[in-house]
Design a protein around this ligand. Structure first.
Ligand code: C5P
Length: 193
């Protein structure tokens, strides 16, 4: 069986949590596509060469989850040749036997426009910054500034900007408990299976 769930949205909206929960519930494979861009940013050097040469071990570096790695990812992610180098891998993953969940910024719009289920998970910048701050600590105001800077770059770029697919179901987690967001996503997948 091939079945793709595409989850897009800005940083710290809850995409990863929902994606992992769906994968566990339905036995789908899960790909956090942000890791691909984080790894390209962290490798340094020519980002296009890094994207073309990316291997599985690059996704296991310990330094991919930092705020700096997120910023570096969003800079290299605006380069069309970097994005192009990563398309095929993501599409192959999405159509793997047994079903797949991919979360990112352009999954429902560019990578898997025919995904069986598309979700756009979002929340206010303040709520997302607070969640990120609980993980990374430091100064709340600078975490909010970082979140807003990354949103602006991801939404404003010309190559595959972050935006909801026309047929995506919106889930706003600003005030919705994560268990309720997961239940809504599970119901959508069940209805489509
Ligand atoms: O999701 P995460 O915060 O790990 O993503 C890091 C950065 O990678 C994003 O800010 C975005 O610029 C880029 N990205 C992207 N397309 C994706 C996934 C991530 O452009 N599908």
């Amino acid at each position: 069986m091939q079945f793709t769930v595409a989850i897009d949205g800005p940083a710290a909206a809850g995409k990863g949590t929902i994606g992992r929960a769906l994968a566990a519930r339905f036995g789908f494979a899960h790909l956090d596509t942000g890791l691909l861009y984080r790894a390209v940013g962290a490798l340094g050097g020519d980002p296009v060469a890094a994207a073309l040469g990316l291997v599985a071990a690059d996704l296991e570096r310990g330094d991919l989850r930092t705020l700096a790695a997120g910023q570096a990812a969003s800079v290299v992610a605006a380069i069309p040749e970097v994005r192009a180098a990563l398309v095929e891998f993501q599409r192959r993953f999405a159509r793997a036997e047994g079903g797949a969940v991919l979360d990112g910024r352009d999954i429902g719009t560019v990578i898997c426009p025919r995904a069986e289920v598309k979700l756009y998970v979002t929340a206010s910048a303040e709520v997302r910054a607070h969640r990120r701050w609980l993980e990374v600590g430091g100064d709340v105001a600078s975490v909010l500034a970082e979140v807003m800077e990354r949103d602006a770059r991801d939404m404003g770029r010309s190559a595959a900007p972050l935006k909801p697919a026309l047929d995506a179901v919106m889930i706003d987690t600003s005030e919705l408990p994560i268990a309720a967001a997961i239940a809504a996503a599970v119901a959508l997948v069940e209805a489509r299976l």
